[in-house]
Design a binder for this molecule. Structure first.
Ligand SMILES: *Cc1c(COP(=O)(O)O)cnc(C)c1O
Ligand SMILES: [Zn+2]
Length: 413
């Protein structure tokens, strides 16, 4: 990998050769992949990119830590749509608003970007088995992307994981361990099992290549905006790998001169579980919190990538916003009704944060915002129905239909 210099610890600065099984620093810090931007600039231009037909995250291969000969993974990951939403922008009082629907990835979440990277690196390493622990989406995306590549998976999820995600895991043929405990307990058990059996490790904070996959969401947003930088990009935060990856992508583009400045990040967490935002707000080191929110994908009481996430939010002069479960449910309904975009609770938490910041007057008519929807609502139908209600249920009879419409005050146009 001529374009990759090394992995560098974000805590102590120690560097490591970018070997295939690169993990965390011996000090416990997380590694960041450092590129040779001068070399990349000689290989990739905006024009060259514009001429590419590959419509997946692999169109950015010069900016990804893979060998030149590594094949794209089989499922189409990335190149999700970026919709401009003028009506929602107007309703919220923003100048312009875009929604990046990453629920349209093959297994229906942004995690596919990291899992495709895990599969690509596992293939480079000649590994046959990959393992991970996850609140649900990392698991289902790994299982799906690995199945397509003919690799075996061992997956650890907390027993609270929604049925939709578990159904994906079982369908993709993973060996699934549902851990009766918190995400923290799940992570620890997976770590011990991975050490014992030597599986390729897809745990996002530990494997530094994975946030390089996640960063492709930033590369796409900027290419889709024709390299015009929005004022803000909003995203939900659990472990912190996603927001850190987003920031890394933006910094890469800045370093190679594709964008001329950087946007500010909006870190959205659930009120009931916001250890990272609490640290931003108080200026104190983060401390664990209960995992008290219906947004299961970001119910992370002990964030695994706190260092990188906090650095990203601070460096970008970002905003931290916490939203209640009610606000998350309201955002789910709002995005569905004004945009036709169906996000899972954690998927719409960024949008809930944007709405709240607009109501607080922290965002307004001069601001342009991209809100990333990180996961699809079909992952968790129980919460969608709780947010949006039950249908009119009647026998197949016209008189009953008329009566029901009259009773519910439904007007027919
Ligand atoms: C994992 C996930 C997040 C948060 O990503 P982290 O890297 O844990 O911060 C947000 N939304 C969805 C749908 C996710 O699956
Ligand atoms: Zn270190």
């Amino acid at each position: 990998m001529k374009h990759v210099k090394y992995g560098k610890c974000v805590r102590c600065g120690k560097t490591y050769e970018a070997v295939l099984d690169l993990t965390s620093c011996e000090c416990g810090g997380i590694l960041d992949i450092v590129y040779d931007y001068d070399y990349i600039r000689t290989r990739l231009t905006r024009e060259k990119l514009a001429g590419r037909t590959e419509q997946s995250m692999w169109r950015y291969r010069e900016l990804l830590p893979i060998e030149e000969t590594t094949e794209p993974t089989p499922l189409r990951v990335g190149w999700s749509p970026l919709y401009e939403e003028p009506r929602l922008a107007e309703a919220l009082g923003l100048k312009r608003l875009w929604v990046k629907d990453d629920g349209q990835n093959p297994t229906a979440s942004l995690k596919d970007r990291a899992s495709a990277m895990a599969v690509a690196k596992a293939r480079e390493a000649g590994a046959r088995v990959i393992a991970c622990s996850s609140t649900g989406n990392a698991a289902s995306s790994l299982a799906g992307n690995a199945a397509a590549a003919g690799l075996k998976t061992y997956i650890f999820v907390p027993s609270r994981a929604p049925k939709g995600k578990v159904a994906q895991l079982m369908t993709f043929g993973a060996t699934v361990v549902s851990v009766q405990g918190s995400y923290e307990d799940t992570f620890e058990l997976s770590k011990q099992a991975i050490e014992k059996w030597g599986w390729y490790n897809r745990n996002a904070a530990i494997n530094p290549y994975l946030s390089e996959g996640k960063k492709t969401v930033a590369l796409e947003i900027m290419e889709q905006l024709n390299w015009e930088v929005p004022d803000y990009i909003a995203i939900s935060v659990g472990d912190g790998c996603t927001i850190a990856g987003l920031w890394k992508g933006l910094k890469d583009l800045h370093a190679i001169g594709f964008i001329d400045h950087l946007p500010r990040l909006i870190s959205a967490q659930a009120e009931g579980c916001c250890p990272l935002n609490r640290s931003i707000e108080t200026g104190e080191p983060w401390r664990p919190m209960e995992e008290n929110t219906l947004a299961d994908s970001i119910a992370v009481g002990v964030p695994r990538n706190a260092d990188k996430a906090l650095m990203a939010i601070r460096e970008s002069n970002g905003l931290a916003v916490n939203v209640s479960d009610q606000e998350i449910m309201a955002a789910q309904k709002l995005l569905g009704r004004t945009c036709g975009v169906f996000g899972e609770p954690a998927g719409v938490t960024g949008a809930a944060g944007v709405k709240k910041l607009c109501e607080q007057g922290k965002l307004g008519k001069d601001d342009t915002v991209v809100s990333v929807v990180t996961g699809n609502g079909l992952k968790d139908v129980a919460n969608a129905i709780a947010a949006c209600g039950e249908p009119i249920t009647i026998p197949g009879d016209m008189d009953r239909l008329l009566a029901a419409f009259a009773e519910k005050g439904v007007t027919v146009d």
